[in-house]
Design a protein around this ligand. Sequence first.
Ligand SMILES: NC(=O)c1ccc[n+]([C@@H]2O[C@H](COP(=O)([O-])OP(=O)(O)OC[C@H]3O[C@@H](n4cnc5c(N)ncnc54)[C@H](OP(=O)(O)O)[C@@H]3O)[C@@H](O)[C@H]2O)c1
Length: 248
Amino acid sequence: MTRSPTTPSATPGSPVTVITGGSSGIGAATAAELIQRGHRIVVTGRDKAKLDRVVAELQHDRDDLVILAAPGDACDPLAVATAIDLAQRSYGRLDNVVANAGFSTHDSLLDGDPDRWQDMLLTNVLGPMVLIQAALPALRATRGRIVLIGSVAGLKNSAGNVYSVTKWAVTGLAENTRLLVTGDGIGVTLVAPGRVATPFWQRDGANTMPAGPALSDHDVAASVSWALDQPLGVDINTVVIRPIGQAV
Ligand SMILES: NC(=O)c1ccc[n+]([C@@H]2O[C@H](COP(=O)([O-])OP(=O)(O)OC[C@H]3O[C@@H](n4cnc5c(N)ncnc54)[C@H](OP(=O)(O)O)[C@@H]3O)[C@@H](O)[C@H]2O)c1
């Protein structure tokens, strides 16, 4: 991605944002959107090569440092603490975290594989909890913001949907966290997308996305950016975003 003539340069005062799962889909699009808005970014993800490719593309030939990779698992407390530390050491501050890393096993309570559910539960539920815990001291200092990527599946039930259970937990975590930190001046936003066309829907080489309209990852990134860019003292609590035409 080349820098548009209007892209602001990062300065020591530019906001700093850590995004988990920044190597693909919504996380990578959010990194790109926030860099366009002058943020400095740390992205995480398990696949180092994939992460490095996104970082190289977004850093491109800029003179100012705008993005760094912190490879690691979103539910490993040490890896998450390392990402937070990298942001603070490299950029001197931390303003926002986006708990985005997540996936679906795309199966059912009826016939799904509990081993795969375990990974999904850890990534989708423990991951955001670990991120929030690691980031809170720094966010208290900057009166920063937390965005959790939930899902419409975390607001509505569908029969036997195990992924949906993990996203209901994220919905609860968002309000639970808001109650904990609003007195510290920290904002908490749940962004709950409907269907988004990303690699999320790939399973065993096949695309499992149901037929019908879908958002782009950039549509969701724009909502994340909007929530982060609110004026001081304003906290957007829940954003539900669907493509027009998605009925459920
Ligand atoms: N696509 C949709 O329709 C949709 C709708 C509602 C909500 N969401 C949510 O949006 C978020 C982003 O999904 P996406 O659609 O952008 O999917 P995606 O393109 O598959 O991106 C998922 C990202 O998370 C990372 N990730 C997965 N497990 C991880 C782990 N344990 N530790 C660290 N990173 C991990 C992946 O990198 P590695 O695999 O290399 O780790 C990748 O960077 C997820 O929370 C998902 O549940 C998606």
